[in-house]
Write a protein that binds this ligand. Structure first.
Ligand code: GDP
Ligand code: GDP
Length: 462
């Protein structure tokens, strides 16, 4: 089904047995293949056919007996296929039987498809019957707009339905085309420059002030030193939070006081930051205190960039100095495996422009939203190739996923049974998400939830 989706837009029909899905399917595709049967619950696998409306081509999928009690041992598989087809569709046509009004089965379906984030068009069928027309208002309760009246058997209302469907398909495809672009561009990016005393924080701030245009400073008059500094870079504002604190820290009291102050400052700064720049002293390599400061950033969900400063002092130490340094960082900061590593010199300005570019990139990643259709094509491909292990008696199947938040990006993966994923499987999924959708330098949270149920593991995952 993933390949079909990759070729063109997909529209799925969902609904209880006997509401008229296959009648509508045949009407739209002009195919007589699907068996029309008045017997509720007859198993039919997911059926897909090419269709066309006013020159626009799409694939129409009838999810058959996906919703509805079934004794067939293969039913679980049918459900799995069906769920994926639904979650990766560009539009859902939810067919209900107008003569019966809203029944619990309809509410169940509504509950399943709503969190998928796919546009839903509610089609009240059999409105050729008087009884159906009398109950139309009820269907607004299901919470989907628009509610369209059709009579699939006679073709009434089907043209309007298709007009509506195609509008949604077009919109969905435009959004999918922008997969790699951030939809919610941050107007301003807040950056915390954190690190132990003497790693070069204030040198870096001074360097940036010298080279970039300083726009405004926060809260004039309230303190002697401005709290933040805002730079303009590539037409985008970068707010360096707690600039005053950074520049003052080196000048106070004893070494011990400075030490704890730097952790305190880091903690305060990152709560206001989108991206934390964790500065390390390249000549000393990563230390435990660096790790403590980095841990704070990851916990609050900041983007993180690891920056080895004073790289000018590392020159002439052999070809693979950078690689050795990075390996050591990766070994020490396992929980920051998502953070890019840069090597700069605040003193000479070497690669500081590159750092600014990376800040922009990480900030964008953190706000990135993956369109539902694209996400579910990804989920299908990845979980088909590598299924999660099933700890219990029942086989764990990944049905679909949806992105529930940005800053940092958060995903919920829906499964057939309540379960938790093994740590390594979660890491695998998160890493694949990163590679596939270009999430750079941002933590990603992942939750696993049974379809229609509550999440079991809500813990933050890097
Ligand atoms: P499915 O199980 O949802 O695929 O439903 P079917 O397409 O098999 O239809 C179930 C029954 O409803 C069949 O007897 C159809 O003839 C009937 N039906 C379908 N559409 C209409 C309609 O527009 N009006 C009326 N009155 N009956 C319909
Ligand atoms: P902070 O305490 O983290 O703000 O660190 P500072 O910016 O005060 O820098 C501490 C010391 O490191 C100072 O002597 C700086 O001149 C020096 N320093 C900072 N950045 C660099 C760099 O890129 N290269 C070299 N060689 N020295 C640096």
């Amino acid at each position: 089904m993933a390949t079909r989706n990759a070729q063109g837009p997909t529209v799925v029909l969902v609904g209880r047995p006997n509401v008229g899905k296959s009648t509508l399917f045949n009407r739209i595709t002009g195919v007589r293949r699907a068996i029309v049967t008045p017997v509720p619950g007859t198993t039919r696998d997911v059926n897909a056919q090419p269709a066309e409306w006013q020159g626009a081509h799409f694939t129409l999928v009838d999810t058959g007996g996906v919703f509805g009690a079934n004794e067939d041992p293969l039913h679980e598989l049918v459900v799995e296929h069906g769920m994926r087809a639904i979650a990766s569709a560009d539009a859902i046509v939810f067919v209900v039987d107008g003569r019966q009004g809203v029944v619990p089965g309809d509410e169940e379906i509504a509950k399943t498809i709503r969190p998928m984030g796919v546009p839903v068009i509610l089609a009240v069928n059999k409105t050729d019957d008087k009884r159906a027309r009398a109950r139309l208002a009820e269907f607004h309760e299901l919470g989907f707009e628009p509610v369209l009246e059709i009579a699939a058997e006679h073709g009434e209302g089907v043209a309007d339905l298709l007009d509506d469907v195609m509008t949604h398909v077009k919109r969905s495809r435009q959004e999918t085309g922008k997969d790699t672009a951030a939809k919610e561009e941050p107007k301003e990016t807040s950056v915390a420059i954190i690190g132990r005393p003497n790693v070069g924080k204030s040198s870096l701030v001074n360097r940036l002030l010298k080279e970039e245009r300083v726009m405004v400073s926060d809260m004039p008059g309230t303190t002697r030193d401005p709290i933040d500094t805002v730079l303009r870079f590539h037409g985008h504002d970068l707010r360096i939070v707690d600039t005053a604190g950074i520049r003052r820290a080196g000048k106070v009291a004893s070494a011990a006081a400075v030490e704890s102050l730097s952790v305190l400052l880091a903690r305060r700064a990152i709560t206001r930051a989108d991206v934390a720049v964790l500065l390390l002293d390249a000549t000393e390599g990563p230390t435990d205190q660096d790790a403590a400061i980095a841990g704070e950033a990851e916990r609050v969900g900041c983007g993180v960039i690891i920056v080895a400063n004073k790289w000018d002092l590392m020159k002439g130490q052999g070809e693979d100095t950078a690689k050795r340094f990075d390996d050591e960082v990766r070994r020490r900061f396992k929980f920051l495996d998502f953070a890019p590593i840069l090597h700069i010199s605040a003193a000479t300005g070497e690669r500081t422009p590159k750092l600014l570019e990376m800040i922009e990139k990480v900030a964008k990643s953190r706000m990135h939203r993956v369109p539902t259709a694209a996400l579910n094509r990804f989920i299908e491909a990845v979980t088909t190739a590598h299924a999660p292990v099933s700890p219990g008696k029942r086989e764990v199947r990944v049905l679909y996923a949806s992105q529930t938040a940005v800053a940092p990006p958060e995903f919920v993966v829906f499964t057939n049974v309540a379960t938790t994923f093994h740590f390594s499987y979660e890491r695998f999924l998160v890493n694949r998400l990163r590679d596939s959708f270009g999430f750079v330098g941002t933590p990603i949270r992942l939750h696993v939830r049974r379809r229609g149920g509550r999440a079991r593991n809500e813990a933050a995952k890097p």
